[in-house]
Design a binder for this molecule. Structure first.
Ligand code: CO8
Length: 259
């Protein structure tokens, strides 16, 4: 399937994939087709052993201005239930490799939720984050009420979700929603740099770390600690663990192979 609303760029660095949301006439609004294309592409990249980290961006004006309001308007509750669009989001949630959102301009509604579904967010100075669904008489439904609250805390999440107020990049950084802010000209480059750093690490360790960090959102601290310990033991079954420690002892750079 050749995507219509995505650009899959050549690898910008070794083991790094770069996917661009590309529906500029609608500020990259996430219609069902775009999300299906994204799911399909991310699954392929997740299965590709030449990829260890994935950068997702939009363009300078917008990461994504939300779910496609025009596609949603006029639909009934049962239409929405039958569309089952959240299975797409659930699949993306299960991508094992790190996803880095490079956000410039609007990340609103589903766009903010997609950025939060990624593991790290690099923002340009012009980025704006918001959950304006309340202004449409609906609510965030792709994890917005949950991931936003976990990231920024109850007080700010309530304010954003109940009033639709957008955060500037500086506010988002201060609130712990994003990792860093860089000038517009550099936001993509910076995200690629972060991805490239992760791509030099043992891919199995990176994936299991990601899995364990995400687990902390799912369940109790006790269960999470046990999960973390299990993955830690498992990594001692990898050649990369031996290589990593051997390289440290020998004072050289490790060469990780994903085994
Ligand atoms: N859906 C569809 N089209 C959109 C969207 C959108 N979310 N956002 C912008 N567009 C379109 C506009 O309709 C316009 O198209 P046209 O030229 O054909 O009229 C074009 O993009 C450019 O937009 P504007 O002219 O409005 O650009 P401005 O710079 O004046 O304004 C804004 C930019 C402020 C971002 C404005 O476009 C806006 O408010 N957009 C809507 C933001 C919003 O409410 N997002 C939340 C949507 S609901 C949602 O995401 C629910 C998620 C829950 C489930 C997720 C499942 C997928």
């Amino acid at each position: 399937m050749q995507p219509e609303f995505l650009i899959i760029h050549p690898p910008p660095a070794q083991y790094v994939a770069h996917v661009q949301l590309h529906r500029p006439a609608a500020l990259n609004a996430l219609n069902l087709q775009l999300m299906a294309e994204l799911r399909h592409t991310l699954r392929l990249l997740d299965a590709d052993d030449q990829v260890r980290a994935i950068v997702i961006n939009g363009d300078e004006q917008a990461f994504a201005a939300g779910a496609d309001i025009k596609q949603m308007s006029g639909k009934s509750a049962i239409d929405r239930y039958n569309t089952d669009q959240f299975s797409t989001w659930d699949t993306i949630r299960r991508i094992k490799k790190p996803l880095i959102a490079a956000v410039s301009g609007f990340a609103l509604g589903g766009g903010c939720e997609l950025a939060m579904l990624c593991d790290l967010i690099v923002a340009s100075e012009t980025a704006r984050f918001g959950q304006p669904e309340i202004k449409l008489g609906i609510m965030p439904a792709a994890g917005g009420t949950q991931r936003l609250t976990r990231a920024v805390g109850k007080a700010l999440a309530m304010e954003m979700v109940l009033t639709g107020r957008q955060l500037s990049a500086a506010e988002a950084l201060q609130a712990g929603l994003i990792n860093k802010i860089v000038p517009v000209a550099l936001y993509l480059q910076e995200a690629i740099k972060l991805a490239a750093t992760m791509a030099t690490m043992s891919p199995l360790a990176v994936q299991m770390d990601k899995e364990a960090v995400l687990k902390s959102f799912d369940t109790t601290l006790d269960e999470c600690l046990q999960f973390e310990q299990k993955n830690f033991y498992l990594l001692f079954a990898t050649a990369d663990q031996q290589e990593g420690m051997q390289a440290f002892v020998e004072k050289r750079k490790p060469v990780f192979k994903g085994r």
